[in-house]
Design a protein around this ligand. Sequence first.
Ligand SMILES: Cc1cc2nc3c(=O)[nH]c(=O)nc-3n(C[C@H](O)[C@H](O)[C@H](O)COP(=O)(O)OP(=O)(O)OC[C@H]3O[C@@H](n4cnc5c(N)ncnc54)[C@H](O)[C@@H]3O)c2cc1C
Length: 405
Amino acid sequence: MAEFSLALNEDQLQIQKWIHDFAENVVRPAAHEWDEREEFPFPIVEEAAKIGLYSFDFFAQASMGDPTGLTMPVALEELFWGDAGIGLAIFGSGLAAAGIAANGTPEQVMEWVPQCFGEPDDLKIGAFCVSEPDAGSDVSSLKTKAVYHEATDEWVLNGTKAWATNGGLAHLHVVTATVDPTLGSRGQATFLVPEGTPGISQGQKYKKHGIRASHTAEVVLDDCRIPGRMLLGGKEKLDEKLARARGGTKTGAKQPAMATFEATRPAVAAQAIGVARAAYEEALAYAKERVAFGKPIIMNQAIAFLLADMATEIDAARMLVWRAAWLAGNGGYTNAEGSMAKLKAGRVAVWVTERAIQIHGGYGYTREYPVERMHRDAKIFDIFEGTEQIQQLVISRAISGLRIE
Ligand SMILES: Cc1cc2nc3c(=O)[nH]c(=O)nc-3n(C[C@H](O)[C@H](O)[C@H](O)COP(=O)(O)OP(=O)(O)OC[C@H]3O[C@@H](n4cnc5c(N)ncnc54)[C@H](O)[C@@H]3O)c2cc1C
């Protein structure tokens, strides 16, 4: 077990600087353009691949190979400080990779996680598809069905996935489906659908409020046939789990989608902190420059104290995130700390970016200043990977020991 410390080690400090430089020099200057284009920023992701940031090696080093748990949140805060839309375009494949890491056998992890990233000259993209048009927060009621055909050792997937980051663009779709709908989440399993598989296609591409450089779309599965070995975790383990669930015994194992979301919560919360910090820094600089009534607006306590509160909230949220990240890799959460971090960081990002617009006055309400985009981007952190209310639900159940509805 790693010792909990807020001091970053040499490697982490280097990674922080490396990604900050990339965010400052490559991501930030491209942010406005790709937000306006509302397209996946392939050239920027290629740049990230060239420096090794978009790669299996970096994913492995920052997640699986870091006993302190802090490397991933540190990295993501810097990347999303650059821009959240492009940040998610770069990190989106990491969600698919996390889905495989949380549910796959060690052999599947080694074979398929690298295929979420590819190589700089042969980029690959991954998508993690859980949500459906009628099942977002309520993951237990997924309708996408997976049926096993023993004669051919194949799974056949049918259904529509909603809101998939990189959905339809991806070379590898990681799809959670129900094998036995009567068992709710306990009847679900997660599958790999590699590129070239007939029966998988992109549905509608969503036009979004923020993070517009990140591609979000429906994924349609129409008699999509995949070999038996594409079931993450393997058939034997699934059969045992289903038998225990049918017998009414608790399996003890985390359900497929939840296992991934729990693991990625501190990472997503760290992204929110990156956006909040970026907006706060913009607001601080603007408040020192902007003169009203003959003095910089920061000389008014109303503005200076607001900036003081923004800085304090960001630091408080970061500490929750780092605590959760450390616990996730060192024995697990004891009191819904991952949800606490995600809840706080999302709220802080929304509040700080909104106040940053206020400090910019009318200019902040225009696309000429980045705080407008940052505020639109920030709202997603209250919604995906568990909404604000779902985090409250998880926390309230943990602190009360009751099945709060
Ligand atoms: C840009 C974007 C990217 C996304 N990327 C992905 C992805 O890559 N993969 C993926 O699988 N999904 C993805 N999602 C889906 C996302 O996780 C869901 O949108 C989210 O979980 C909420 O589900 P929903 O939209 O169906 O809302 P609903 O579940 O319908 O919730 C609607 C409202 O009701 C509230 N609510 C629901 N249940 C309760 C309850 N029990 N108690 C109190 N309040 C409740 C919610 O908090 C929310 O305010 C993405 C979404 C967006 C917008």
